[in-house]
Structures are given as structure tokens and as C-alpha cells.
Design a protein around this ligand. Structure first.
Ligand code: 5U1
Length: 677
């Protein structure tokens, strides 16, 4: 770009865009583009500025730390500015960071780095005077933030008074306030049920919860705070290393990230980045990258800062979990229970580590809530194994020919009427097993791993078998012959034989698996287990009325109704009989086996396990009649903490509530005592 006018206008355009997005994100808490788009524009401006340093102005977004605070909260000056971090987006960026360090530190043999996941939340400063929490503040623009003391006081992982001893007269702790994934899902679920607006992602939910003038609302939200540095520190001394500082903060009562590690040199950083990348989806909170910090505080001092960020730290970002793309069309899929789900067909886009071309739009209410039209630019989120979702739209980019999404009145597969039960968001095809789609889904469910576990009978093969007219129901599966299967596309004599053998093997099953495989509405694995243990055999279950069904754990009137209705319908009883005639069998559960020594007890299992798999431990506890929950509450009987993780949030909560805790070894002993291990 050689023309100076053109160059200046490019600069202005980028700055205006970034300032606008900053304002939407930080001030209004209502961003219109995903973070990835913001990062991209920011990088573009940075590159342009590095080529033309003479054009850098003080109002450039690269020259400041954050954004103007909201005016509703009183303002707080940060005596030690709250910095932000430079970003790396590739191994090369990280290697350049390392080269800059090497140059400044005159080629040391070894650099020790502290590695921490970068939590996707809100940066916060907490000021303690003589051990008492005096003030909580947001980062704001880095020098002035907002006073959110009343709000931070409601967060249980923030100590109101420092624990232990040896803390300085004045201590400012900095860290991230965030919402764990599970809390976020629950909050959104409640909002959906109440017909209220949902949050797009856990970060927005944390920001919205913290920026409440009424601290009672904040108190009702599942927020956490994780400490990652110290600001002011008067009247004492700090250890030599950053990781030791964090350990010290932990002793004074703060949650620190259990994934924190010390590595050597950039090769260690890269290895940590890959390892955490693989673990990212299974962490209980969202992270958007890894922060690497030179661990030695004296070296940090030597390295110093450039305008908005320290030279001794960098955030290596993970692939974005949100991206923008265009909605090409909407198709309607019919599920096992007849639910008609709108599915967005998208211009393929790389997000969350994979190329996504379809995303769920959930139901009619969700389409209305999003206000989405065909042709719109939409924001797609794919986090972990969760199916991709359209979370918002970029209305400003709506084309003139955008068209409305029309919900079908008849089933796109079998043409039966689609009905919506008042009060339910879901529209359903009324065709039942007449509907080819419902039949296919029922057979896929029957064959799936947690149901009859028919090895080799995947979704594609079920589709082929139904489409070729070889099967109409689940019982037909057991009438298949190898010669018929071998004729199908991508099958041959060997794979056909294998399928027939797998079908044969699946005939010997358990009562709970069989119940689950029937695909009764609202009967998941846990409910199937509860029903099978309570009733012990099929005849007793068929004879049960809705009232007695509700005696089973977690079975309320709705589930009881679905179970009773399913077992009343003649065609379902015929299907069960046909399966039994085909040879499907199981051992009934004797009264002694139904003995559940841990009935009425709720366990929470957390931390890393080495003696048995955590999922296995949960299953065995359930086998003994215990309920296994995901979060600690007053109803919890015991929290099992693997790996001695005393900074684990569930362990901390158990301590706070005075709930019994147990180590992995103690759990193993308990399971052995009851003869399940
Ligand atoms: N884990 C972590 N996140 N984070 C964010 N460490 C960390 N350090 C930061 C920021 C802004 O700033 C340092 C300069 C203290």
C-alpha cells in the first residue's frame, strides 16, 4: 500500500472498527463479532503499525490496556497498572517470543517458564489491607476500573479474610473470575425454562453476572475466582519465583489453577501447550489459551514492559471456539421421539479444531430468540464434544435478500402432521413408527454402545438396512442373514459375518441395558438402572402403575407417565416379545442383588484417579445404590477427591459445608468392602 491517503484511511478504518468492537465488548458487554474476528483486526493493525511506526497514535487500540469503565459503578484507580498480555497464534509466534527473551537476557542456557491455562473470564483486582478484603475492582482500562466489592464478596472462592500468616499489610491479588461450564449450562437451562434470554458463552455469563448493581443476583450465579498474580505488595517480601508466589497465595486462601506447571525452555512450553490442548474439552471451565511467564521474578524485572504488556509473558491462544459464517439454508431433522429439529446448513468454517457445515438451531423458540434468517451471517460455537450451535447473528451484515425460516406443518419425512404441545418448545411429528426417520433413529439407539452394543452396526449401516427394506423394526435385526448384508454398499462377506456374530453376541444382555435400548422417552441410562433395580424383572415393570413407578429414584410424574404409556401400547409389547423370541435375554435381578447399601447417599467424585477409572468408580457407587452428582450441595453425603487435590473447588466447598471427604484409596476400600471391586 504505497498511496499515503489509502494507508491513512486503512489505519482509520481498522482503529474505528476495533474501538467500536471494544466498546461493544467491554462497555456494553454485548459483542457483535466473535473474539477471533477482533483478534484478527487487532493483529492487522499491529502489523501495519510495525511497518509504519510513524503512524502510531496514542488513540490506537494497541496503545491502551482495555476500555472505559461503565459509569454506574464508582471508579477505582489501580496504583500498579493492570496489564494485558501479548498473544501468540502459532508455534512461530512463540519461538519469536523466545528469541526476544534470549536477546534481552543475553542467551541464557535455560529459561524456566510457569505455564497456566488462560481462563476465559473477567480480570479482577482484590485489595487486602491487614488481611481483610477491602476492595474488589475490574480491570477497566488498566489504570481505572470499577468498584465491584459487593459483588466479589459473594464469590465463595474469594477469601474475605486471608488465611494463615505472614501476609503483608497491603496485598493486591489479581486473577480471573469465571463461570464453570456446568454452572453455565444450568444457568442457561433455567433461563430457557423461564423463557428468559440465555447467555452466549460462559465468559459473557460471568461478565453479566459480575456487572450487576444488585449483588444478590451475583450471589445467585456460580462464579469462581482463580488467582494468577500480585499487584500491590507493601510490608513484606515475596518468594523468588512466580509459581512460589501462587503457592503462597494458595496458602493465604486463594484458588490457583491445578494445571499450573513449571517447564524448561520453549520446547517445554510447546509440549505443555499440546498436552493442555488435548485436555481442553475435559476441563470444567473454558480456556482460550496458555499463559507462559518467565518464572524468575528478578528476570521479569530485568525484562520489564512495553506499553500494554510485559515482555516476560505471552498468551498462546488455542483455535477459536466461535467463528462467523453464512447460514445457507435450514433443514428439519426428525429424531427418535419425533422431535423436529431445525438444522442450519452453513458455509463450511473451521471452528473448535474442525470444519463445521451444520449446526443445531434447537427449536422454533430459539429461531425466534436469535431472530435469524436464511442468508444471515451467524456466529457458530463449537466447544468440545458439544454439537455446534448458532449462538448469535451479525444483524448489521444481513443481506437484502435474507429470507424467513418457515417451520413445517407436516413431517418432512412421512408427511404426518407436526404438533406442538402447549408449554413445550419442541414440535413433534405425530407419525410414530410409521415415520421412517423415527424408525431409523430408534434402531440406531437400540444398536448403540450404551444400549445393546451391537459392534459394527453404525448409523450409516442402519440407514442402508432401512432404506433397502431389509429391516423395519429392531426385532428384524435378528432375522438378518449374512448373504443379505454382504450385498450392501461397502460391505462384504467378512464384515457381514462379523455383523451377524455381533448381533448374536448382543442377545445376551442385562435388564437395564435392554430397558435403555427400548428408547422410552426420558429413560436414560440412570433411569433404566433405577427401574431395573427396583422392579428386578420385566413382568413386574409392566404391571407397575404410574404411582409405583414414582417410587424409583429420580422418576417423577412425567417419566412415570412415559414409561407406563410405552408399556401399555400393544405394538411396543409385541416388539419386546419379538425380541425375546429372537433370543434376547438377561438375568433377572434377585432381591439380594437389589440390596443397595448406599441408597439415599449422594456422592461427588472429583480429581484425578490412578487406582481405578473415575467413571468406573462412579458406576460402582451407583451399583451400590448411591446417587452420583456433579456438584457439591448441602445434600451431598461425601466428596471423593482423587489425587490429593486440596485446591480442588469441590473439596473446598465440601470443607466449607462440613461435608465428609474421602480419598481414592478409601473409596477403593469401601467398594471392596461391599464386594463390587
Ligand atoms: N493465567 C493467567 N491469565 N492471565 C491473564 N495469567 C495471567 N496473567 C495476566 C493476565 C492478563 O497478566 C500478567 C501480566 C499478570
Amino acid at each position: 500500500m504505497s498511496n499515503p491517503l489509502e494507508l491513512q484511511s486503512k489505519f482509520d478504518e481498522l482503529k474505528n472498527q476495533l474501538n467500536y468492537h471494544n466498546y461493544r465488548y467491554y462497555v456494553l458487554d454485548d459483542p457483535t463479532v466473535p473474539d477471533i474476528e477482533y483478534d484478527r483486526l487487532f493483529q492487522q493493525l499491529k502489523e501495519l503499525e510495525s511497518q509504519h511506526p510513524e503512524l502510531v497514535t496514542p488513540d490506537s487500540p494497541t496503545q491502551r490496556v482495555g476500555e472505559a469503565p461503565l459509569s454506574a459503578f464508582s471508579q477505582v484507580a489501580h496504583e500498579v497498572p493492570m496489564l494485558s498480555l501479548d498473544n501468540a497464534f502459532s508455534d512461530e509466534d512463540l519461538e519469536s517470543f523466545n528469541r526476544r527473551l534470549q536477546d534481552r537476557l543475553k542467551n541464557p542456557d535455560d529459561i524456566e517458564f510457569a505455564c497456566e491455562p488462560k481462563l476465559d473470564g473477567i480480570a479482577v483486582s482484590l485489595l487486602y489491607v491487614n488481611g481483610q478484603l477491602e476492595r474488589g475492582a475490574t480491570r477497566g482500562d488498566g489504570t481505572t476500573g470499577e468498584d465491584i466489592t459487593q459483588n466479589v464478596r459473594t464469590i465463595t472462592s474469594i477469601p474475605l479474610r486471608l488465611m494463615g500468616e505472614g501476609y503483608p499489610e497491603v496485598l493486591e491479588v489479581r486473577g480471573e473470575i469465571y463461570m464453570p461450564k456446568q454452572g453455565f449450562e444450568r444457568l442457561n437451562q433455567k433461563a430457557r425454562e423461564a423463557g428468559e434470554k440465555t447467555f452466549v458463552n460462559p465468559r459473557n455469563a460471568a461478565a453479566g453476572s459480575l456487572r450487576q448493581l444488585d449483588a444478590r443476583i451475583t450471589a445467585s450465579r456460580p462464579l469462581q475466582m482463580c488467582a494468577y498474580s500480585v499487584g500491590r505488595f507493601d510490608g513484606g517480601s515475596l518468594p523468588e519465583r512466580h509459581t512460589e508466589v501462587l503457592e503462597q497465595l494458595h496458602q493465604w486462601g486463594f484458588l490457583i489453577n491445578p494445571e499450573m506447571a513449571v517447564v524448561h525452555n520453549i520446547s517445554g512450553c510447546l509440549e505443555y501447550y499440546r498436552r493442555l490442548g488435548e485436555k481442553r474439552d475435559s476441563l470444567p471451565y473454558d480456556i482460550d489459551g496458555i499463559v507462559f511467564k518467565v518464572n524468575n521474578l528478578a528476570l521479569q524485572q530485568t525484562l520489564g514492559f512495553v506499553s500494554r504488556a510485559p515482555r516476560w509473558a505471552i498468551a498462546y491462544k488455542f483455535p477459536a471456539q466461535e467463528e462467523m459464517t453464512q447460514l445457507l439454508s435450514v433443514e428439519f431433522q426428525v429424531g427418535r421421539t419425533g422431535a423436529v429439529t431445525p438444522v442450519a446448513r452453513l458455509n463450511p468454517v473451521f471452528v473448535g479444531g474442525v470444519t463445521v457445515s451444520n449446526a443445531t438451531l434447537h427449536n422454533r423458540d430459539e429461531i425466534n430468540r436469535l431472530g435469524v434468517m436464511v442468508g444471515d451471517t451467524v456466529v457458530v460455537r463449537r466447544a468440545g464434544d458439544v454439537i455446534p450451535q448458532v449462538v448469535s447473528i451479525v444483524k448489521s451484515q444481513r443481506p437484502a435478500d435474507a429470507s424467513e425460516i418457515v417451520f413445517p406443518e407436516t413431517c418432512p419425512v412421512c408427511d404426518s402432521p407436526v404438533e406442538t404441545v402447549p408449554g413445550e418448545a419442541v414440535a413433534r411429528c405425530t407419525g410414530g413408527l410409521i415415520c421412517g426417520a423415527q424408525r431409523k433413529e430408534a434402531i440406531k439407539h437400540f444398536a448403540s454402545r450404551k444400549a445393546m452394543d451391537i459392534d459394527g452396526l453404525g448409523d450409516k449401516l442402519v440407514e442402508q438396512l432401512v432404506d433397502e427394506g431389509l429391516i423395519h423394526s429392531v426385532a428384524d435385526l435378528y432375522r438378518l442373514e449374512a448373504s443379505q448384508v454382504a450385498e450392501l454398499e461397502r460391505m462384504g462377506p467378512k464384515s457381514a459375518e462379523n455383523l451377524i456374530a455381533a448381533l448374536e453376541a448382543s442377545k445376551s444382555t442385562s435388564f437395564e441395558r435392554f430397558l435403555y435400548s427400548l428408547g422410552i422417552r426420558e429413560v436414560g441410562e440412570a433411569t433404566a438402572r433405577g427401574l431395573s433395580r427396583y422392579f428386578g424383572n420385566l413382568d413386574a415393570l409392566i404391571a407397575a402403575n404410574e404411582e409405583s413407578l414414582q417410587k424409583v429414584d429420580d422418576v417423577g410424574p412425567v417419566v412415570a407417565h412415559f414409561v407406563a404409556e410405552f408399556l401399555r401400547q400393544e405394538h411396543n409389547l409385541e416388539a419386546i416379545e419379538a425380541l425375546q423370541k429372537a433370543g434376547v435375554h438377561w438375568d433377572d435381578i434377585s432381591v439380594e442383588e437389589r440390596h443397595e447399601p448406599l441408597a439415599d447417599q449422594t456422592y461427588v467424585v472429583t480429581g484425578s484417579f490412578s487406582l481405578i477409572k473415575r467413571d468406573e468408580a462412579k458406576k460402582l457407587l451407583q451399583q451400590l445404590g448411591a446417587k452420583v452428582a456433579g456438584s457439591v450441595s448441602a445434600k451431598t453425603h461425601c466428596v471423593v477427591v482423587g489425587g490429593g487435590a486440596t485446591n480442588n473447588s469441590k473439596y473446598v466447598k465440601a470443607q466449607e459445608l462440613g461435608i465428609q471427604t474421602m480419598t481414592e484409596e478409601e473409596l477403593v476400600a469401601l467398594l471392596q468392602e461391599h464386594g463390587v471391586l
